[in-house]
Design a protein. Structure first.
Length: 222
């Protein structure tokens, strides 16, 4: 599958099915500390572009966090910022959201806090973070690196990995695992759709959820 095909497939899934596929394959990827900052109602999926944040160490002007990456972002990119889980200072706000939308950025994920949530919502830019706070990044944190491997809630994430995020949360998929994870997630979603149809048809949920009726999807199945 090409990157565009993988992204299209992810957009047809949800984070739960992808998390279940990762579980089945024994792979990491699902994070539990991040939540949507506004109710987008859609699935965010795309390729990751990473930013590493660090405290501002010296006096004088410094490049504002994420601006170098946003300036070169490509349509469909998802900006992922590692601020090491800090929730006392924002590292994403309204002006960045405006610039990101102009570049075609699909969404933003922050292992830390953001602000100006109402502005991202007005732009229809999905944002996932630990919290929203009013405190500015200016004078407090700066960009240390971009497109390098980062940690998001304990999950190792590299530039050009894949991510899916929705009302249930955020799941990362390593680029090298993406095709098999997506294929397995599609089979899992199909199984659950058939189970739901059986319940709607009046079958007892205890029976429907028993593996003898709808066997669990395994990694070996093709």
């Amino acid at each position: 599958m090409s990157p565009d095909e993988i992204i299209a497939a992810l957009r047809g899934l949800d984070s739960c099915a992808v998390s279940d596929a990762l579980d089945t394959l024994g792979l990491p990827g699902a994070v539990t500390a991040l939540a949507p900052m506004w109710p987008a109602g859609t699935v965010l999926a795309g390729r990751v572009r990473t930013v590493t944040a660090a405290p501002k160490a010296t006096a004088g002007p410094a490049t504002h966090i994420a601006t170098p990456l946003v300036a070169i972002a490509e349509p469909g990119d998802v900006v992922v910022i590692d601020n090491h889980g800090r929730t006392d200072v924002s590292c994403w706000g309204g002006l960045l959201a405006e610039a990101a939308r102009r570049r075609g950025v699909a969404g933003v994920i922050v292992d830390g806090a953001c602000r100006d949530v109402q502005e991202s919502e007005a732009l229809a830019l999905p944002v996932f973070a630990r919290a929203a706070v009013p405190v500015s990044a200016r004078g407090r944190i700066v960009q240390e690196a971009m497109d390098e491997r980062i940690q998001v809630d304990g999950v190792s994430v590299a530039a050009h990995d894949y991510v899916i995020a929705d009302v249930n949360g955020v799941v990362f998929v390593a680029a090298g695992d993406a095709e098999r994870v997506v294929g397995l997630a599609q089979r899992i979603a199909d199984r659950e759709a058939r189970m739901a149809e059986a319940v709607r048809a009046g079958r007892d949920v205890q029976e429907v959820m028993h593996d003898s009726q709808f066997p669990t999807v395994t990694a070996e199945q093709r």
